[in-house]
Design a protein around this ligand. Structure first.
Ligand SMILES: *Cc1c(COP(=O)(O)O)cnc(C)c1O
Length: 348
């Protein structure tokens, strides 16, 4: 590269916003785009897209299940799972702040006819006893049709649900005869944080929903995994929701790369999240450092929206999620150099 070229690319980089709003903002690089362009495709509604089939098989295998089903979003994989597991008029036990209710627009009620029963979840982690206390058995109450856990727990700060809690909740589900679903949008982050194989976290569940378009870096897509019988029934609800995508292999090709190569990058996102959290504390903001376990940082910032607007004008984007709450999310397109520049802006 000539001196001028180098300068031009540096200028481009430094004029680009440092986007810490979410790990959904990553864009596919040249390699991913080329894998998408070259994907072998077919009509997936007929089950004939080889790339989609490959992605579904790899995702199922990785999480310890028989089968998988590719869908456009995590909202769809979660809501299809709820539809398959429940009957109208039932309750679904969810941890406080659960994405399946808070950020999925009442779909469990409008599509499946079920209502949430929130159980306390300090730092995103419900105690198995709280889950048991949430179970409804009386003829005078709506019976519990499903228990959902979220790992990592988004609203609690990307916190990890420990294995012993998962096993405790599994025992409750067994003894009550209730299925157990994992909203595992970021379960790969949990596996990396715990240093265990993904299947160790996912196998205790009856179904798991995993996002490819968050930290793993695909532009679109989520996978739902479960038994062959469960996935067979899920097909129908996916179609009802408009998720039958035909030549979806072009998207699945990106998902395959994300699934194979994304996990190795997450450990850097987690390290950078801790660095950012410490820098925010040093700059005088309040951050619960014990909640910074994966790729997110929630900071207490008085006048959050105005601060976020001011930072954005200086090229650093974050999300104001409440009057005094700002969320920062690390992802693989934030380099160490960008983090340093972001910290300089946030600390000024
Ligand atoms: C992002 C996310 C989802 C799915 O969201 P989509 O935007 O529909 O893909 C589900 N659960 C959690 C915890 C999430 O963070």
């Amino acid at each position: 590269m000539t001196q001028l070229d180098t300068e031009a690319s540096r200028t481009r980089l430094s004029s680009q916003a440092i986007d810490l709003r979410s790990d959904t903002v990553t864009v596919p690089d040249e390699r991913m785009r080329s894998a998408m362009a070259q994907a072998v495709v077919g009509d997936d509604v007929y089950g004939e897209d080889a790339t989609v089939n490959q992605l579904q098989a790899e995702a199922a295998e990785l999480m310890g299940f028989e089968a998988g089903l590719f869908m456009p979003s995590g909202t769809m994989t979660n809501q299809v799972a709820i539809a398959v597991h429940t009957q109208r008029g039932q309750e679904v036990i969810v941890p406080e702040g659960a994405h399946v209710y808070e950020w999925e627009l009442g779909m469990m009620a409008t599509f499946s006819g079920v209502v949430p029963r929130f159980v306390p979840a300090p730092a995103g982690v419900p105690a198995p006893e709280s889950v048991r206390a949430g179970v409804r058995r009386s003829i005078h109450q709506s019976p519990t049709g499903l228990i959902v856990l979220e790992n990592t727990h988004n609203k609690a700060g990307g916190t990890v649900v420990p294995l012993e809690v998962i096993h405790g909740v599994r025992e409750v589900a067994n003894s009550e005869g209730i299925p157990l679903h994992l909203d595992g949008a970021r379960v790969m982050n949990a596996a990396v944080a715990l240093g265990v194989p993904l299947a160790e976290i996912t196998r205790p569940f009856d179904s798991v929903s995993l996002c490819l378009s968050k930290g793993l870096g695909a532009p679109v897509g989520s996978v739902l995994v479960g038994s062959r019988e469960f996935i067979g029934r899920a097909h129908r609800y996916r179609k009802m929701m408009g998720g039958g995508m035909r030549q979806a292999g072009m998207l699945a090709a990106a998902g395959l790369l994300a699934l194979r190569e994304g996990p190795a990058r997450l450990t850097h996102d987690h390290r950078r999240a801790r660095e950012l959290a410490q820098a925010l504390v040093n700059a005088g903001f309040s951050v619960d450092l014990s909640s910074v376990q994966t790729n997110m940082v929630y900071a207490t910032v008085p006048g959050a929206q105005a601060r976020v607007d001011a930072w954005s004008a200086q090229g650093v984007k974050a999300n104001a999620l409440g009057p005094d709450t700002v969320r920062f999310v690390l992802h693989h397109q934030i380099t160490d150099e960008m983090l340093t520049r972001a910290i300089a802006v946030l600390g000024a």
